[in-house]
Design a protein around this ligand. Sequence first.
Ligand SMILES: NC(=O)c1ccc[n+]([C@@H]2O[C@H](COP(=O)([O-])OP(=O)(O)OC[C@H]3O[C@@H](n4cnc5c(N)ncnc54)[C@H](O)[C@@H]3O)[C@@H](O)[C@H]2O)c1
Length: 372
Amino acid sequence: MHIGCPKEIKPQEFRVGLTPNAAHEAVLHGHTVTVETEAGVGAGFSDADYIAAGAQIAANAADVFAAADMIVKVKEPQPVERQMLREGQILFTYLHLAPDAAQTQDLIASGATCIAYETVTDRNGGLPLLAPMSEVAGRLAPQVGAWTLQKANGGRGVLMGGVPGVGPARVAVIGGGVVGTQAARIAAGMGADVTVLDRSLPRLRYLDDTFAGVFKTGFASAGNTIELAMQADMIIGAVLIPGAAAPKLISRAQLADLKPGAALVDVAIDQGGCFETSRATTHQDPIYDVDGIMHYCVANMPGAVARTSTIALGNATMPFMLALADKGWRQACSDDPHLLAGLNVHAGQVTYAAVGAALGIVTIDPQDALRQ
Ligand SMILES: NC(=O)c1ccc[n+]([C@@H]2O[C@H](COP(=O)([O-])OP(=O)(O)OC[C@H]3O[C@@H](n4cnc5c(N)ncnc54)[C@H](O)[C@@H]3O)[C@@H](O)[C@H]2O)c1
């Protein structure tokens, strides 16, 4: 198969769909790989790295789209990219179609077979191509929160680990899933006094069994949540209710009860945020003050560490990318129901029920798409 990887063109996106290592694996499997020139520079990969991996370099995206049987990307295709897709071509990338009618219509019109990273599943009921980005955002949260806590940034002026004779920062992590667990591990590693709150008792049991002595756990009742928040120097919001907007766990009025200069890191901002006063910010201007409480609400946190994020995403996508290339999409999806769960659009029809429901579009069963 001919695999193509264009340079990402969405503003502030520095990741790339294929690492040189992933390109090399594809070449070892007998495939041809074409990468747009400078596609990897934002993640620290040069054209020479791809050439050494056995890939070809194309001068522009049009050449990549024209040559490739399968396009591997990071972000949803932008309008100009959508026009270059064609019938029978495979698109493998993040799509997030449910809130995006224009993109969905363009993908339907393209006739391409579009497999979305975010809906590929695993046998534990998880989302294996979203998890690496949650791991990145979770591990980044205490790092940016520690910076936010510094006096010059409007923070409380508290050092995460304290020093001999001075206690550490107190960190409350609300939501103990992928983001929250990674955030708690790193905050504890920085020497902070960390408590993770969740509403799921099985999850709290797992965290307690695995991380006893590293951080504490608590049940996320409304009362417990605000009580812990009032004692915290840093509060990390990491909740998720699948398919729903994030619940608002701290109201504007409750900010008055928090410690002055406390840092609120709202990782759940991409789902609307879990603090009433959260609004999405960018890496250029990441923090703002509401009533003396410093908010960090960057919606694409992994972009700050594009190299780590690219490699982490590439590790997760590689087996699926290789299966698609080795077997073709139809056989690969027949063999693996978790990959089939990623199929969102095929040959002009939406195959993912939740996308159809959100946009009022009639869908077909993905099994029917396999038979077409
Ligand atoms: N800002 C970014 O760049 C970025 C990057 C990755 C993920 N995220 C977001 O981070 C959030 C967390 O993602 P995740 O992968 O950890 O999800 P997850 O499903 O692994 O974990 C979410 C946890 O929240 C818990 N929860 C739900 N409601 C709660 C409540 N009211 N109080 C306490 N806990 C509650 C659940 O029990 C679960 O354990 C999501 O909104 C995700 O979209 C943001």
